[in-house]
Design a protein around this ligand. Structure first.
Ligand code: C2R
Length: 203
């Protein structure tokens, strides 16, 4: 197995539903990453050990996702000189009803409002994929291959927006909207299926 270049950490296993977005884009680019659960609040000693582990193993970037009182990204940044990208996660205070008290603003501010001198780059709420892309951009400074792949990723985005625009022009917004809903339902069903398979392999 190739040595991981990126460390993905999250405060709880419940964050994996969002953080897999970062992992997916890194996988797409063939960039090895190591994923772990570390909580600044619940495993404070592990947090310091992890920072040492990341430096010792030559990680280039750490992507840290947390919800609520999201101190994980800031605390990990305080223990290392590696760049840290924070992913604010929307936490459901009422998990059954899927209700959030602050809609992710709590996590966003906890991560972005770091005191001067200890920065954490912050992406939007639940935007783990952007953290992955940003990490790739950092790696691209030293890798012409990743730079090339990022350029073709941009090109793909350009083409896909053009195609969507043509569809919208041709078919109208109602049809396009229905198709989008179907695709996102299928995607979330596929993700739940993947999670069930991995859980059944674990137990
Ligand atoms: P549970 O689902 O385990 O109750 O966690 C996690 O990131 C998660 O989003 C709820 C939320 O608590 C967050 N958490 C933190 C930290 N540790 C866990 N914000 C931390 O150290 O910052």
């Amino acid at each position: 197995m190739k040595k991981p270049l990126i460390g993905i950490i999250m405060g709880s296993s419940s964050d994996s539903r969002i953080m897999h977005g970062a992992a997916e884009i890194l996988d797409e680019f063939g960039v090895p990453h190591e994923d772990q659960i570390i909580s600044a609040h619940r495993t404070p000693t592990r947090l310091e050990e992890y920072a040492k582990h990341a430096e010792k193993n030559g990680f280039k970037v750490i992507i840290a996702g947390a919800g609520g009182a999201a101190h994980l990204p800031g605390m990990i940044a305080s223990h290392t000189v590696l760049p840290v990208i924070g992913v604010p996660i929307l936490v459901y205070n009422d998990k059954q009803q899927k209700k959030s008290a602050f809609g992710g603003l709590d996590s966003l501010l906890s991560i972005s409002e770091m005191p001067s001198g200890s920065p954490v780059v912050t992406v939007g709420v639940n935007k783990a994929i952007n953290a992955g892309i940003y990490a790739l951009k950092i790696l691209a400074n030293e890798s012409s291959n990743i730079r090339k792949m990022l350029k073709s990723h941009k090109e793909k985005q350009h083409k896909s927006v053009l195609k969507e625009s043509q569809d919208l022009k041709r078919n109208g917004s109602e049809k396009v909207c229905q198709e989008k809903i179907q695709v996102s339902t299928l995607k979330s069903m596929f993700f739940s299926f993947k999670c069930c398979i991995s859980l059944s392999i674990c137990f």
